[in-house]
Design a protein around this ligand. Structure first.
Ligand SMILES: [Zn+2]
Length: 56
């Protein structure tokens, strides 16, 4: 279990829809901060057309 970089509380796996793309994230229910893995950010970039090269 990871902790929030902002407030130090535990974060839980959650999901958000950002610009129409569903992403997994770790959400802090204390301060509301959301953390995305690098893989999810790359996927988001590709699905929104910001990144052209697929890694796999
Ligand atoms: Zn927090």
């Amino acid at each position: 279990m990871k902790t929030c970089y902002n407030c130090g509380k535990q974060v839980k796996e959650s999901g958000v829809i950002k610009e129409g793309v569903k992403l997994k994230c770790l959400k802090c229910f204390n301060c509301g901060e959301e953390f995305f893995s690098a893989g999810e950010m790359i996927r988001f970039d590709m699905l929104t057309g910001r990144r052209k090269i697929a890694l796999n």
